[in-house]
Ligand binder design. Structure first.
Ligand SMILES: Cc1ncc(COP(=O)(O)O)c(C=O)c1O
Length: 430
């Protein structure tokens, strides 16, 4: 019989000693949800959809115009993907079963990695089961306390977490500002051993593009490596969707570490790092998110490989996406909406400033059959809360007009409701 440990608390439940205890107070997002509830808004987070999200989403049997999915080229549930996934699942199952290091690989892993190495014209590529893990694991493993990382002020959380994990010194330069980057390089590069500049190919909050040619010059001048996260630029930028290097006509070799997620244009899940053989080899033997984590399910690898094939075979999808994104930008501007620094490539913010207003506006649009999520602090700077629209090649001009006309109608109402609520509740909603 098992001995009962007398010092262990036996009661659980609310307020009980074994209940979950937070290390931190509630996040600003949780507080925002609570306030929104008091204002009578529905919580749109974690919403459950009835089928694959396309230009429209089906939620509780109701169809919504959908601007909350990263399937930029509208490839998800493509019959060719479904077919290959079915075939691979029946042969290889749905799991890799173990880390590839010890449990071995499947042909789909190497085929996918070769596909991306070829796409970037570099020697090799490694895939991880999550895009977030790819960034954390790569930066965390490659850099150490003697090194330094310079990253864009709006770099994705995974890049920042990876930088933190590495123990390297970390300098965040003003968003998309190469003058500030150079200032920081001048001040801090010399005192460190190795240095990496980290940027995204298309910024996920503002939908703008970094000045990569200038960053490359700076990288050379200050003897740094350069890492570019193409999560939102792969499939979106360039004539054939090859990303920010195609947009600028840059030789792939100018960037040391190419990264992208597989969860967006590639319609799967995971992330990759592409670059020199030496880089990939060292990650394969050392980066914890690869060594100590299961290999990507072969079905996902096969799905992403097929998505890549479709992207390259059908550049018209890229053109359609670029057209509809530019259309959105122009139409929004013509209606006097603030699209910030957006350049009209897949990510289109409509900046409203106040977090509560962005939440209320999103909720009002949802009631009108439009599904778009708000983004507020800390994801973006205080005072620059927004609705963030993700465009896809399958959106049509009519979808855009209908949506932006609704935004124009609902925005002043949202301001009025929030103002009224604030007057009644004082500081509580600030
Ligand atoms: C720029 C950027 N990098 C990395 C990631 C993480 O990718 P994943 O969601 O595929 O894990 C994201 C996710 O949205 C992202 O926007």
């Amino acid at each position: 019989m098992m001995k009962k440990h007398s010092s262990l608390p036996v009661e659980s439940g609310h307020g009980g000693t074994t209940g979950f205890i937070r290390a931190q107070s509630k996040t600003s997002l949780e507080r925002l949800v609570e306030t929104s509830k008091k204002m009578g808004m529905e919580n749109q987070l974690f919403i459950c959809q009835d089928r694959a999200a396309k230009a429209t989403a089906l939620i509780n049997g109701k169809e919504y115009l959908n601007f909350s999915t990263y399937d930029y080229l509208g490839i998800n549930v493509h019959p060719e993907i479904t077919e290959v996934v079915t075939q691979v699942a029946s042969e290889f199952g749905t799991s890799s079963g173990a880390s590839r290091l010890v449990g071995g690989e499947r042909p789909q892993h190497r085929e996918l990695e070769k596909g991306f190495a070829d796409l970037y014209g570099v020697e090799d590529c490694i895939t991880y089961v999550s895009g977030h893990a790819a960034n954390v694991s790569t930066l965390g493993f490659l850099l150490s306390s003697r090194d330094v990382i310079f990253h864009d002020g709006l770099a994705h959380n995974s890049l920042v977490q990876g930088a933190r994990l590495s123990g390297a010194s970390r300098y965040s330069y003003t968003h998309n500002n190469c003058d500030d980057l150079e200032k920081k390089l001048k001040a801090h590069r010399k005192t460190h051993k190795r240095a990496v500049i980290v940027t995204e190919g298309l910024f996920s909050m503002d939908g703008n593009i970094p000045d990569l040619p200038r960053i490359i010059k700076l990288k050379k001048k200050y003897n740094c490596m350069l890492m570019v996260d193409e999560a939102h630029s792969l499939g979106v930028l360039g004539k054939t969707g090859r990303g920010v290097r195609e947009y600028y006509g840059i030789a792939p070799i100018e960037v040391d570490i190419w990264m992208s997620t597989l969860s967006k244009t590639m319609c799967g899940c995971g992330g990759f790092i592409a670059g020199s053989r030496e880089l990939v080899e060292s990650l394969k033997y050392g980066s914890p998110g690869f060594v100590f984590s299961v290999g990507m399910p072969p079905v996902i690898a096969a799905a992403c490989r097929k998505a890549l094939e479709i992207m390259l075979r059908e550049p018209e999808r890229v053109h359609r996406l670029q057209h509809i994104s530019q259309y959105f930008l122009e139409y929004a501007r013509s209606k006097g909406l603030d699209t910030g620094a957006a350049q009209g490539y897949a990510i289109l913010p409509v900046i409203v400033g106040d977090s509560m207003v962005s939440g209320f506006l999103s909720s009002a649009l949802f009631k009108r059959g439009i599904y778009v999520m708000p983004v507020s602090f800390p994801a973006v700077q205080e005072g620059s809360a927004r609705l963030r629209f993700f465009l896809s090649a399958v959106h049509e001009e009519e979808h855009v007009r209908k949506t932006l006309d609704a935004v124009v109608e609902e925005l002043p109402k949202a301001h009025a409701v929030v103002e009224q609520y604030r007057q009644g509740h004082g500081h509580e909603s600030q």
